[in-house]
Write a protein that binds this ligand. Structure first.
Ligand code: SF4
Length: 257
């Protein structure tokens, strides 16, 4: 029997503007991991609005299918997205699970050979410190493709992590192959759904991160964690709680960052 759903509307103020949307969520009990598809759709809709405004202003986004240059970066995967992807992987046929496991293993081997695993574990990668920045570059220049990258396209595009959706550039694609030249012009998003998920994850885990490097996903799966259960309630309540946090975590414009 399909679960009863309810439509909820909300508005988030962003400086002089606002983001208004309607979403359909389960009317009854659910949790943050289970409503991820709703958050993904809302994030994509918000990003579409921002990119349309940029295009009108003559700053078209240059990211296109078939360009996986940025898919060599360390991806900060929230623990709720990790839980959701873990369930998706476990539902795959055994042969595909093994193939994916092998891809993750190969990526880890390459990072280990470069002496990066310890640094990844210890560094607070999103802290904005010099050492975090250096680690991001060192990781990138190993050019280890994300295990989900196939023929330079994302093989999980509809369910890709929020940080992947939120990483967009308006500069020529060739700059993305060499980010240390600092010529990459990234799009500033005044709302970052990914950061809000990371923040909730940090509270749930009593840890400063609330996310894992995507490349550690198979190792994380072994613990069988279900962080979504810690953020549960009726659908509208779970969504409104997330939106409330999102609105308080709006990202300052680059000039004040
Ligand atoms: S999940 Fe997809 S979009 Fe994100 S880094 Fe991997 S291949 Fe790229």
């Amino acid at each position: 029997m399909s679960q009863e759903t309810v439509s909820v509307e909300f508005t988030v103020g962003i400086g002089d503007g606002k983001f208004t949307a309607t979403a359909t969520v389960p009317a009854g009990q659910t949790n943050l991991t289970q409503i991820l598809p709703v958050l993904q759709a809302l994030d994509s809709s918000f990003i579409d609005g921002v990119t349309a405004q940029l295009a009108q202003a003559g700053r078209a986004v240059s990211c296109k299918a078939g360009c996986g240059a940025c898919c060599r970066q360390l991806v900060a995967l929230s623990i709720f997205e990790a839980e959701s992807l873990a369930a998706w992987i476990r539902a795959l046929p055994e042969s595909q699970q093994q193939e994916l496991a092998q891809r993750f293993h190969q990526a880890l081997l390459k990072l280990a050979a470069a002496g990066l695993i310890d640094r990844i574990v210890k560094e607070d990668w999103l802290a904005g410190t010099e050492s975090a920045r250096q680690l991001a570059f060192d990781y990138f220049y190993q050019r280890v493709p994300c295990p989900f990258l196939v023929d330079e396209s994302c093989s999980i595009h509809p369910i890709r992590p929020l940080v992947c959706r939120e990483y967009l550039v308006t500069s020529p694609p060739q700059h993305c192959f060499d980010p240390a030249n600092l010529q990459t012009d990234t799009v500033h998003l005044p709302l970052k759904f990914s950061r809000t998920l990371h923040g909730i994850g940090a509270e749930v885990e009593h840890d400063r991160r609330g996310w894992i490097p995507l490349v550690f996903l198979f190792a994380w799966m072994k613990a069988g964690a279900h962080p979504g259960d810690a953020v549960s309630g009726e659908g509208p309540h779970v969504l409104y709680d997330f939106i409330e946090r999102l609105s308080h975590a709006s990202v300052p414009s680059p000039s004040t960052e």
